[in-house]
Design a protein. Structure first.
Length: 296
């Protein structure tokens, strides 16, 4: 770095024909410029400038050296330009960990891939609590409370839980009007793969939690097959609304018992802290936040 500084001082002095002007341009004293150039001359055993009390001029060796220095600094500028372009380009592999219900975000993920085909997504679906930093993930999406304070986080939305069924199901079994009526219905349960426990259907009346356990007719470790079964009229399921947004919009599913449901699922996106997040990371975070937050 000292040598580059000396070369820079030499180039400024050669351009201005003045140590004083070179020092002014570099923010250092004229004597510091003179000393830097003298060290260059001593190191290489040549004289770079003819000096007089009124001006300085390049020697033939100085002229040749100036051409080399200009070539060196052009290469440095080109390298910095390439680095800047790389830093601003949205490309490369992005390693993402998502919960198993993240499989239901396929339309949003597909839209991101279509918008950024130069980004290669490496998706890992699991309800296991991954170590983002140690396992080398660029970004993770998770529901529930945040646990790792080392990570940057952004709230993607707070989504109410709903109980849904197909119109055909309600035509055959009737529409439950109270939570107690659920005991007479077929209920599709989600089992957490991380704990093996069934997801609890959280119901309340007038702010008081109800101790009701609807009977389980079918259990699955992921939401996707349960949604398919519910669409086919095989039972009711309890799930965050964003997992069935499309089915509700299309009329394939209907929600019931809304006044008795107060549970909210919070969805977060998290990533390792960095002073300069990569463009691909910023693009993914912004895209998911924009598209998921736009859902009702």
């Amino acid at each position: 770095m000292d040598q580059l500084g000396a070369l820079n001082a030499f180039m400024h002095a050669a351009a201005s024909r003045s140590f004083t002007a070179a020092g002014r341009a570099l923010g250092i004293s004229s004597s510091a410029v003179g000393k830097a150039i003298s060290r260059l001359e001593m190191r290489h055993g040549v004289r770079l400038f003819h000096r007089s009390t009124r001006s300085i001029t390049l020697t033939p060796e100085g002229e040749l050296f100036l051409k080399r220095c200009r070539a060196i600094f052009r290469e440095i500028e080109a390298a910095e330009s390439e680095l800047a372009q790389s830093a601003s380009a949205v490309h490369g592999t992005l390693r993402v960990s998502l919960p198993l219900i993240g499989m239901l975000m396929t339309p949003v993920i597909a839209a991101f891939s279509a918008a950024h085909p130069e980004i290669r997504l490496d998706l890992d679906f699991t309800d296991r609590l991954v170590d983002v930093v140690d396992e080398g993930f660029d970004v993770v999406m998770r529901t529930g409370a945040l646990a790792d304070s080392r990570l940057k986080a952004r709230n993607l939305g707070n989504y109410p839980c709903v109980i849904v069924g197909a119109p055909e199901y309600f035509g055959q079994r009737g529409v439950p009007e109270t939570p107690e009526e659920l005991v007479n219905h077929a209920c599709l349960y989600h089992r957490w793969s991380s704990s093996g426990k069934l997801e609890r259907w959280e119901l309340s009346r007038d702010g008081v939690e109800l101790e009701i356990e609807p009977p389980a007719s079918t259990i699955a470790s992921t939401m996707e097959p349960l949604i398919g079964l519910a669409e086919r009229g095989l039972g009711l399921m309890y799930t965050p609304i964003f997992t069935v947004h499309r089915e509700l919009s299309d009329g394939k599913l209907r929600s019931v018992l809304g006044p008795f449901l107060r549970s909210v699922c919070t969805l977060h996106i998290l990533w390792p802290p960095s002073r300069h997040p990569s463009p691909k990371l910023r693009a993914f975070v912004d895209f998911m936040a924009s598209h998921l937050a736009s859902q009702p």
